[in-house]
Design a protein around this ligand. Structure first.
Ligand code: FES
Ligand code: FE2
Length: 377
């Protein structure tokens, strides 16, 4: 069964193999217990099933150009540790397994150009073309069996931003349809990578996501951000595979100004905060787009990589997206406070503020619903 976030009509029942459930009625529901974020079984199941079946941001920044390097990278190091290789073949981005189909040796260690348009395994010399087809194999005679080719991961592009999945349950275009529908009028094809930042802190990855998914904390945790956004206008919308939060800009602050015919025309939007289940944040500001790749490194160890993609450099330091580092420090501090608090024996579980924490509830429902094992090749 795919993890569908939009279905809130399902009766309450514990269908998760981990024993956690969240009531679909937010007014009645209790939040996930503190033990959920500290449960080794939950963490193991997330690594084995959840992460492998969903899309994740390509965490290396700019995508390879045609004729450029083949880039080795790891999908969710610490959780999946999937070795992959990304390259561009004509217009198509190709994402291959970086493990040789013979006995599994890592093929490529560092970005490299294609000599003779092929990849050669350093172990027994097996060669592959840019689509992963086996060209030659020492000790074997052609024709080679299908399993001599390198398996591929799914890869999708949103402007200059890439996402990959091993065994996706959702098509990429379906996944990002809410982003395209709401912000397609912006110049995504003009985005260029401006800055990157890496953060790492001692808390469970899902606590970081929980915090991202509500604006209720903004006045208390982000005083500077609270001045840039008209918090009375802050809205939460649930989408089939995530959610959207947005608010109008405070008077005098820079804003996105959707064109005539757009549902938000004349509303002067401070930012659109898109969440794509389970680990991806796409934040759209007047200056461009900030993508946040949440990388669960361990049960209480999370890395977040920020990429700032610019379409209007003049606005870079203004508005809701004007000081992302400061906001990140404020968020990390409060998330680590929660990590400490849920470790206590007197805290069990809380409640959702129905008008403000719908996206958190939506996320928790998706996290706790049953999962099938990933498809086998
Ligand atoms: S492991 Fe690659 S050729 Fe043997
Ligand atoms: Fe925050």
């Amino acid at each position: 069964m795919s993890v569908e976030l939009a279905d809130a009509s399902e009766p309450v029942q514990d269908r998760s193999m981990t024993g956690y459930a969240v009531d679909p009625d937010i007014a009645r529901a209790r939040t996930l217990p503190g033990s959920f974020y500290r449960d080794d079984d939950v963490w193991r199941r997330q690594c084995e099933q959840l992460f492998a079946r969903h899309w994740h941001l390509y965490p290396e920044g700019a995508l390879p150009a045609e004729g450029g390097d083949a880039v080795p990278w790891s999908l969710l190091p610490g959780a999946l540790d999937e070795p992959l290789l990304l390259l561009r073949d004509d217009e198509e981005l190709v994402c291959l397994s970086n493990a040789c189909s013979h006995r599994g040796a890592l093929l490529v260690d560092a970005p490299c150009s294609f000599e003779e348009r092929s990849i050669r395994c350093p172990y027994h010399g097996r060669r592959f073309d840019h689509q992963g087809r086996c060209l030659s194999a020492m000790g074997f005679s052609p024709p080679f069996t299908d399993d001599a080719d390198l398996p591929r991961a799914a890869f999708g592009e949103l402007g200059s931003i890439g996402m990959a999945a091993l065994h996706p349950t959702t098509a990429f275009e379906e996944l990002i349809a809410p982003i395209r529908a709401r912000t397609g009028w912006l110049p995504w094809d003009r985005l260029t990578l401006d800055t990157t930042a890496r953060y790492r802190f001692a808390a469970n990855w899902a606590l970081y996501v929980d915090n991202y998914l509500e604006g209720l904390h903004i006045p208390f945790v982000h005083p500077a951000l609270a001045k840039a956004v008209d918090l009375a206008s802050y809205e939460v919308e649930l989408t089939p595979h995530g959610s959207l939060q947005w608010g109008r800009a405070a008077p005098g602050e820079v804003a996105l100004e959707p064109p005539a015919g757009h549902r938000d025309h004349e509303l002067r939007v401070a930012a659109y905060y898109f969440f794509v289940f389970p680990c991806t944040m796409v934040n759209v500001y007047p200056w461009g787009v900030s993508t946040n790749a949440v990388i669960p490194r361990g049960i209480a160890d999370t890395e977040v990589r920020f990429f700032s993609w610019i379409w209007d450099a003049a606005l870079r330091d203004q508005g809701a997206g004007g000081d992302l580092h400061r906001v990140e420090m404020e968020d990390e501090a409060v998330v680590q406070r929660v990590q400490r608090g849920i470790g206590g024996r007197l805290y069990t579980r809380g409640r959702y503020a129905p008008d403000h924490e719908r996206a958190v509830h939506h996320f928790h429902r998706a996290l706790t619903r049953s999962e099938e094992p990933p498809r086998q090749r």
